[in-house]
Design a protein around this ligand. Structure first.
Ligand code: C2E
Ligand code: CA
Ligand code: CA
Length: 418
C-alpha cells in the first residue's frame, strides 16, 4: 500500500470500542449485536476476521464445515453479515451462494478471497444475479481497517429503523455532519469538503447514511434533514477561509420544492457565507429521471450563485445532449470507477473518458474514491481538477476540518504534473 499523503489521523479508520455499541441511552432500546458469519476453512483467517468483528461490537460465528453451514443457514438474518471465502476445499463459494438463494438469504455477503480479481468479480456478479446482497469483495491478504469499516456499515442493529426514528433523530439533534476534504490535484491545496450525514444514535452508536437515507429519500422528512445538514455544513464553512467550499447532497424531493433555493440561500446568509462557496450535489441518476425538470431547478440554483454538481457520474446514463443541456458546473466521477481504475481496464477507460468529457464541456471534474497516490497522479495527468477519497482523508467530524486543512497546508509542497 502506498504511503498516505498526510500523517493526519483519518478519523473514520478508528475502530470504535465495543462500548460505543452498548445500550447507554435513556430510551432503553437495547438491540442485540449483529453477528458476522465467517465461512472459511482456514482457521487462522476465521480467528482474524472474528477478532475484527469483535472489535466493532459484532459477534463472530465461525463456519468451517458444510455440516456447520447447514446447521446455521436458517438462523442467519438480514442484520448479520456473511463473510465468504470462495475456495473452501470440500465445496466452493459459488455453491454456497446458490444455497443462500434457496434459503432466501437477505444478509449482506462479503466475498473475501485470494482468487484473482476477475474470479472474485465474477462470483459477486453471479451472486447479484441470484438476487443476493453482494458487497464489494475484498482480496486476501486484506486490510483489517477496510474490513472493520464494512462490518460497521453493514451490521445493523436487529430492530429495523423506521421513518419515525429518523424524525425523532432530526427533532433531537442526533444528526451530525462529517466533512470529507477535497483537494486541488494540481496545486495540492485543500479546495473544499463534502458534508456527509451521520446519525449519532444514543443506543446503536453511529449509523451511516446508507442505513437511513434510502428509507426517507422520497419522504417529506428529507427536506428538514437536508436543511439540518446545510446548517451544520455552512456553519463549518463560515469558520474556514473563503477559498474553501462545501458540498451538500440534495435529493430530488428537495430539488423539486419550489422554496428550496430560497431556504438554502437564507441558511447561507445566516452563516454569512456566499452561495459561490456552496455546491449542491445531485446524483446523475436522479437528474436523468426527469432531465427537463432538473435542468430548470439547477438553473434556479445557479442563478442564485450556487455551484451544482452531478454526483456519481457514470452510473446514471446521461446522454451527451442531456449533459450539455444541464447547466451544472461540476461532475463527480463515481467512486466505483475511480477506486478500481488501477486494477480494472474498463473502470479506467470510463474514468478517463469522464474526465475528458467534463473538461471538454468546460466543467470542473472531481474524482471521488481516490484510495492511493498512483490513482491521484493518473487522474492529474488526465486533467482531473480535484480529488476526494481515503488517500487524502476519511470523512471527519466537522470541528476537525479546520485543523486538518491547516496541517495539510504545512505538509503539502505545491506540485504540478508534467
Ligand atoms: P456519496 O455522495 O457518493 O458520498 C461519498 C461516499 O463515499 C461517502 O460515504 C464517503 O465516506 C465514501 N468515500 C469517500 N472516499 C472514499 C474512498 O476513498 N473509498 C471508498 N470506498 N469510499 C469513499 P457515506 O458517508 O457512507 O455516504 C454514502 C452516501 O449516502 C453518499 O454517497 C450520499 O449519497 C448519501 N449521503 C450522505 N450524506 C447525505 C446527506 O446529507 N443527504 C443525502 N441526501 N444523502 C447523503
Ligand atoms: Ca455526494
Ligand atoms: Ca458520489
Amino acid at each position: 500500500m502506498p504511503e498516505p499523503l498526510t500523517n493526519v489521523v483519518p478519523f473514520e479508520t478508528a475502530v470504535p470500542s465495543p462500548a460505543a455499541f452498548s445500550p447507554i441511552g435513556a430510551r432503553g432500546l437495547s438491540a442485540p449485536p449483529s453477528r458476522v458469519f465467517i465461512i472459511d476453512d482456514d482457521e487462522a483467517i476465521v480467528a482474524l476476521v472474528g477478532s475484527i468483528a469483535e472489535r466493532v461490537g459484532c459477534a463472530p460465528v465461525p463456519v468451517t464445515s458444510l455440516a456447520r453451514l447447514n446447521e446455521v443457514m436458517d438462523d442467519i438474518d438480514p442484520a448479520d453479515v456473511v463473510v465468504l471465502d470462495l475456495n473452501l476445499g470440500a465445496f466452493d463459494g459459488v455453491s454456497v451462494l446458490r444455497r443462500f438463494q434457496q434459503h432466501s438469504c437477505k444478509s449482506p455477503i462479503l466475498v473475501v478471497s485470494g482468487c484473482e480479481q476477475r474470479v472474485r468479480a465474477s462470483a459477486v456478479q453471479f451472486g447479484r444475479q441470484l438476487g443476493l446482497d453482494m458487497l464489494s469483495p475484498i482480496a486476501k491478504p486484506f486490510d483489517p481497517a477496510a474490513m472493520a469499516d464494512t462490518f460497521r456499515r453493514h451490521a445493523s442493529a436487529r430492530a429495523a429503523i423506521t421513518v419515525a426514528d429518523v424524525e425523532h433523530a432530526i427533532e433531537n439533534d442526533e444528526l451530525t455532519v462529517h466533512m470529507q476534504p477535497i483537494v486541488d490535484i494540481k496545486t495540492r491545496r485543500a479546495s473544499g469538503a463534502e458534508a456527509l450525514v451521520r446519525w449519532q444514535h444514543p443506543v446503536r452508536g453511529m449509523i451511516y447514511p446508507d442505513k437511513f437515507i434510502p428509507l426517507v429519500e422520497r419522504h417529506p422528512l428529507m427536506l428538514p434533514l437536508t436543511l439540518t445538514v446545510a446548517h451544520q455544513a455552512f456553519a463549518t464553512a463560515a469558520g474556514l477561509p473563503d477559498s474553501i467550499s462545501v458540498a451538500i447532497n440534495v435529493p430530488p424531493i428537495c430539488l423539486g420544492d419550489a422554496e428550496f433555493p430560497d431556504l438554502l440561500m437564507s441558511i447561507a446568509t445566516k452563516h454569512r457565507i456566499s452561495s459561490a462557496r456552496i455546491t449542491v450535489e445531485i446524483t446523475e441518476t436522479a437528474a436523468m429521471a426527469d432531465p427537463t425538470f432538473t435542468a430548470v431547478q439547477v438553473t434556479r440554483l445557479r442563478i442564485k450563485g450556487f455551484e451544482v454538481s452531478l454526483d456519481d457520474f457514470g452510473t446514471g446514463y446521461a446522454s451527451l445532449t442531456e449533459l450539455h443541456r444541464m447547466p451544472v458546473s461540476v461532475i463527480k466521477v463515481d467512486r466505483s470507477f475511480v477506486s478500481r481504475l488501477l486494477r480494472d481496464e474498463e473502470a479506467k477507460a470510463i474514468a478517463r473518458m469522464t474526465v475528458h468529457l467534463g473538461r471538454s464541456l468546460g466543467l470542473k471534474v472531481v474524482a471521488e474514491g481516490v484510495e492511493d497516490r498512483e490513482t491521484l497522479e493518473l487522474l492529474g495527468s488526465w486533467g482531473c481538477d480535484e480529488a476526494q477519497g481515503y488517500h487524502i482523508a476519511r470523512p471527519m467530524p466537522a470541528e476537525a476540518l479546520a485543523g486538518w486543512i491547516a496541517a495539510w497546508k504545512e505538509n503539502q509542497p505545491a506540485h504540478t504534473f508534467g
